[in-house]
Ligand binder design. Structure first.
Ligand code: ADP
Length: 363
């Protein structure tokens, strides 16, 4: 791929925009073993999207207003921890606007040139979804500004004395950016989004509805109390809820159990290291390290990540938000600290310093 890129002819008429954009960048992100199921469980209409009532209300108004004006929706920024529904919402917005959606992600766009093909292929009203938009490079970000603001791009072809700038008018499209770290977005980029929505962790009641819906779609018989128990232990996150539901289904299938009860949930989750509060192995590992290695903190994120042998991003994006929200952890100017709730919880769940197995267990 890299070689092909290097050989690309620099002149505009020779650039195959079609191929440039689509092949390399328009990939569905976040594919995992359960990827296919993940997609089939994704709500398609705003009415099927459970919870986030405030957000939905404001989104409905924005959609309705744009439709009435017969204009594309303004650029939308979606922020919040992973698995709360940002990608789902982007697809719902496209569906509600009757628009085509192209999806890519910040890290996939290495150079400004990578975006030219995509942008010039967008039709009026099309949606460009950029996941992890905070990971765009500065150069690419600056290239996007005029595209967002004035629907035009300038790009330089050829090098040295033959270099020339070509201006390109784009159709009016809607950019939907998703980020787990709104704080990392530069303010010029943030300011170019007309609408900004923040997704909050879900309450167990909403997650129960999501689990019941997924149960129906996957033909899993699950009692309401069992769905609630699963919801309570899903870290406030629909993606986790759906994942745990599939693990509980596996357990039930292997044990030839027809209907999932609270007892089945408890037994199945035990095998996956999910404790009664819904904390998983990595959550407990983080709390335990702060408590035992750093005397409860404060500890800087870099030191913590190094001790845990984990990526800083994993801790900041995936682990920490839920621990902060549920009161096990607090963030101070000097670093992360555990709360009395954390020490009490680890004692209760039998994870004192005498259980080194937690360190060897894989997430
Ligand atoms: P993000 O982009 O924020 O990481 P996704 O949009 O990929 O999260 O959501 C993960 C999964 O969770 C989706 O496939 C979908 O099945 C489910 N999901 C997310 N939010 C909701 C919701 N509000 N209602 C129902 N299912 C949801």
């Amino acid at each position: 791929m890299k070689d092909e890129k290097a050989q690309k002819p620099p002149l505009r008429e020779k650039i195959d925009f079609e191929r440039l954009g689509r092949e390399e960048l328009l990939t569905v992100q976040k594919e995992d073993v359960d990827g296919v199921v993940e997609i089939s469980l994704r709500p398609r209409k705003i009415g099927e999207f459970v919870g986030q009532e405030n957000l939905k209300e404001n989104l409905r108004i924005a959609l309705e207003a744009a439709r009435k004006r017969k204009e594309p929706l303004e650029h939308v920024l979606l922020s919040g921890p992973p698995g709360l529904g940002k990608t789902t919402l982007a697809h719902i917005i496209a569906h509600e606007m009757g628009a085509k959606i192209m999806a890519t992600s910040g890290p996939a766009i290495e150079r400004a040139g990578d975006l030219i093909g995509i942008l010039t292929n967008l039709e009026e009203g099309d949606i460009l979804f950029i996941d992890e938009i905070h990971r765009l490079s500065k150069v690419v970000e600056e290239f996007i500004y005029p595209a967002m603001e004035d629907f035009k791009i300038d790009f330089v072809v050829d090098k040295g004395p033959y270099a020339k700038t070509i201006k390109f008018a784009l159709k009016r499209f809607t950019l939907i950016g998703a980020t787990t770290r709104q704080g990392l977005l530069s303010s010029p980029l943030r300011d170019r989004f007309g609408v900004s929505f923040h997704l909050e962790f879900y309450e167990p009641e909403d997650l129960t509805k999501i689990i019941q819906r997924s149960g129906k779609l996957l033909s899993i018989a699950i009692e309401k109390e069992a769905a609630f128990e699963l919801a309570r232990r899903s870290r406030g996150t629909p993606r986790v809820a759906n994942k745990l539901l599939r693990r509980v289904r596996d357990y039930a299938q292997v044990k030839s159990i027809d209907k999932i009860t609270v007892e089945v949930v408890n037994k199945a989750l035990l095998g996956h290291g999910i404790d009664p509060s819904g904390l998983d192995v990595l959550d407990r590992k983080v709390l335990k390290t702060i408590l035992e290695v750093y005397g409860g903190g404060p500890v800087g994120i870099e030191s913590l990540a190094a001790t845990l042998n984990e990526e800083v991003d994993t801790i900041v994006d995936v682990v920490e938000p839920y621990l902060l929200k549920s009161g096990f952890l607090k963030r101070t100017a000097r670093g992360r600290e555990t709360t009395p709730l954390a020490s009490g919880h680890l004692d209760l769940s039998g994870n004192s310093s005498k259980s080194p197995d937690l360190f060897s267990a894989k997430k």
